[in-house]
Design a protein around this ligand. Structure first.
Ligand code: HAM
Length: 421
């Protein structure tokens, strides 16, 4: 019996991977235009890192982490998101000393033991950005501009929803009002009942539709913002207006992670079934300090690559694998040996080239060249080779011209490259 991949873990096979490469290339290019530097961080971290950052009463920490005890008895976790790891790396590598504002991005897999469904995997991939060292509201607007530009250059659209979650100054008054409301709201689930005592804001993030219906009447955090947070939020909105980025304020958006302060945002679409967010993020001004680093503000966002790929696929915008430049069709052992060396020389010359090793017939090899979407085929038979000649065939037009084989294979390859590229 064959062994299958785990539920919620997906292979990205040829035919799909080209779309992923397009997504990644587009994002990398945009990250570069915004002057971000790439950082690569480990997939496995100490469990405490996520408990301390994401929060111990979040769904992620309570229910979704892949946590295990390793051979040394340490509790380790496959990262459920990237922010905590990037901030740990920022602190550990003293990146603050190298640049007062660090703008970083990372791309890679994340792991959450959620119920798999359309657009929701247990291993999924994020492209995420973290900017550390500035609390300027224009940085918040710039983050949203970056996420919006990625969508635009992928040919996709989504709506931007924004909110402010306040700061440690104003959150307690809101928490109290929310708690009062929750005490008057009886028909809520057990999780919400439990969480309202420890972390009332978390309740608003409940996945139950019944709970969500009740919470439509909950107090709005925006009515509780202190004057600094009100000003900050106004300036974020002003920044978005200066950049002509449309947005909608959604005061119910609380995000599923505890570290957020002030601005939060999501890019939402109705095209992903129950999963509406294709990208999301926000400000986390106390988090670096909370993780043992300096008191440095930060903001970031992440985009889900599976969701982007799904949207592209739904719109018929998937990409085909690029074809070959040249297929070497060799007949007979002498031509095959020359062809073998030539194919390698073609690659040295910068061409995408391959040949067949199965000793197939001419007809069959031409079929292979067609399947490989080769733009050209170089046909070499024993007799032609002896005469110092081959045939260069344009696979699209079916036009053929003789190709004179003078000198060494390296020379042939360079001449072919000049004709084909
Ligand atoms: P998040 O909202 O948990 O935020 O995830 C960000 C994005 O990752 C989502 O909008 C979605 O596109 C994708 N995503 C999340 N879970 C899954 C899943 N199970 N399957 C497929 N895609 C998924 C964060 O992770 C924060 N670290 C974002 C951030 C960065 N905030 C500040 N900096």
């Amino acid at each position: 019996m064959s062994i299958n991949a785990l539920k919620g873990f997906k292979d990205i096979v040829p035919g799909e991977v080209e779309t992923w490469q397009f997504i990644e290339k587009t994002a990398r290019d945009i990250f570069h235009r915004f002057d971000l530097a790439e950082i690569k961080v480990p997939i496995l971290e100490k469990t405490d890192l996520f408990i301390r950052s994401i929060g111990d009463t979040t769904d992620i920490v309570e229910k979704e982490m892949y946590t295990f005890i390793d051979r040394n008895g340490a509790s380790l976790t496959l990262r459920p998101e990237g922010t905590a790891s990037v901030l740990r790396a920022y602190i550990e590598n003293g990146l603050l000393a190298k640049k007062t504002v660090q703008k970083l991005y990372t791309i890679g897999p994340m792991f959450r033991h959620e119920r798999p469904q359309k657009g929701r995997l247990r291993q999924f991939h994020q492209m995420s950005v973290e900017v550390l060292g500035s609390d300027h509201p224009r940085v918040d607007a710039e983050m949203m501009a970056m996420a919006t530009l990625i969508m635009r250059e992928l040919g996709l659209s989504a709506s931007l929803e924004i909110n402010s979650l306040g700061c440690p100054q104003c959150r307690p008054a809101f928490n109290k009002a929310l708690l009062d409301f929750l005490h008057q709201t009886e028909s809520i689930c057990d999780d919400c009942r439990r969480r309202r005592e420890t972390n009332p804001l978390r309740v608003l993030d409940c996945k139950s539709a019944h709970c969500q219906e009740q919470y439509l009447r909950s107090p709005s955090i925006l009515d509780f913002l202190c004057s600094d947070c009100t000003t900050h939020f106004a300036r974020v909105k002003e920044g978005l207006e200066l950049l002509a980025i449309p947005y909608r304020v959604n005061s119910f958006m609380v995000r599923g992670l505890d570290y957020y302060t002030r601005t939060t945002f999501e890019l939402v679409t109705g095209d992903l079934g129950a999963q509406s967010a294709v990208g999301a993020g926000g400000r986390y001004d106390g988090l670096v300090k909370q993780l043992g680093g300096p008191d440095v503000p930060g903001i970031g966002f992440a985009m889900g690559m599976e969701r982007l790929a799904l949207l592209l696929e739904q719109q018929g915008k998937t990409l085909a694998a690029p074809g070959l430049d040249l297929y070497v069709v060799a007949l007979g052992s002498a031509a095959q040996s020359k062809g073998f060396a030539l194919t390698q020389a073609l690659r040295h010359a910068g061409l995408t080239a391959t040949m067949d090793y199965q000793d197939r017939s001419l007809k069959n090899q031409m079929k292979q060249a067609g399947k490989a979407m080769a733009r050209f085929a170089l046909i070499m038979g024993e007799e032609e080779l002896a005469r110092g000649e081959a045939v260069l065939r344009n696979m699209e037009s079916s036009g053929q011209v003789p190709f004179v084989l003078t000198g060494e294979v390296g020379t042939w390859a360079r001449e072919l490259a000049a004709k084909v590229i």
